[in-house]
Design a binder for this molecule. Structure first.
Ligand code: MN
Length: 306
């Protein structure tokens, strides 16, 4: 995903005791599609290793025009694409060409460098609605090989009034097959009216993105496109829904290490970012080539080098 307008991230938010900090997602635009950005936010840069969450659409797409995000690079992070509705075609510099549909997960690992595009499918016309997520990689893997995995089947479970799909990590006794480089969890919840009680790991901090409808946490209403930071040390989350809702739970062990994020790069220093910027600009091979008809997205110069 292109994130030219995203703020520079220079620190992880310190985890807090169980709390309900509610904030509104920021309106933005990625390619041709309106998005609401839940993460990062000024007061909360990361939740576990999750460092970016865009709720995109719903928007109408055609066979020829969809996200229309041309080839662009990433470093030091995993991108996760999760669709509620519609289809997207992923292409990357590893040679992957993968159609994704709702209920499936595309997980790309950037490591030291990868590039990809997100395109119309040539066959799908209708509504596109989903979430784009980034997960920061720890030092042990962030200089490693890039990779791409498509997970057509993910574990699902029912808890109270919720139908849950586990995108990443383990939850409620089931485990996602998706790679994780540090302890984390990501869960999609389709919630029916009533009370649902979800089990949580107390060593994780958590956040809740409400994609549609409304749920109450400890009597606090969390509406569509609000993000609720829930803190660390909770053994369960009680969700009270007065109407059907769709939510995304993100969590993990607090990342611990401050990350520096600029444009599509996650790193630890300005020097690393400047290097990635220059190498993408020079087309020197670090990020490979994406076989795409869309234009390659130029990197804007980092603010400290202007
Ligand atoms: Mn991307």
């Amino acid at each position: 995903m292109d994130t030219a307008d995203a703020p520079i991230v220079d620190a992880a938010g310190a985890p807090e005791a169980p709390c309900v900090e509610i904030g509104e997602s920021r309106e933005s635009r990625v390619g041709a599609v309106p998005v609401r950005r839940a993460l990062p936010r000024r007061e909360r840069r990361t939740v576990g290793p999750w460092c970016f969450a865009d709720h995109m659409g719903p928007v109408r797409v055609t066979e020829q025009h969809g996200l229309d995000i041309g080839p662009h690079p990433h470093t030091g992070l995993h991108t996760a694409t999760w669709l509620i509705d519609g289809e997207v075609l992923h292409r990357d510099s590893l040679g992957s060409e993968q159609l994704i549909a709702p209920g499936q997960l595309n997980l790309m690992t950037a490591g030291r460098g990868v590039s990809h595009s997100e395109e119309a499918t040539g066959s799908y016309r209708g509504t596109l609605h989903g979430v784009q997520l980034w997960v920061a990689q720890p030092d042990e893997t962030r200089f490693g090989e890039p990779a791409f995995a498509h997970h057509p089947m993910l574990p699902r479970l029912e808890i109270d009034e919720s139908t849950l799909t586990v995108l990443a990590g383990a939850f409620g006794g089931v485990t996602s097959p998706a790679r994780q480089d540090s302890p984390m969890v990501g869960v999609d919840g389709v919630i029916r009216p009533g009370i649902s009680v979800w089990p949580l790991r107390t060593d994780f901090e958590h956040g809740l993105v409400v994609l549609s409808g409304e749920v109450a946490v400890e009597g606090r209403p969390v509406r569509s496109d609000r993000f609720a930071y829930l803190g660390i040390g909770r053994s369960e989350l009680v969700l009270d829904a007065v109407e059907p809702a769709r939510v995304l739970l993100l969590g993990g062990v607090p990342f611990g290490q401050p990350i520096l994020r600029w444009w599509n790069f996650v790193a630890r220093s300005r020097q690393e970012i400047t290097g990635a910027y220059e190498q993408w600009r020079a087309r020197d091979g670090r990020f490979g080539e994406v076989p795409s008809d869309l234009d390659r997205i130029p990197a804007p110069p980092p603010p400290w080098s202007r």
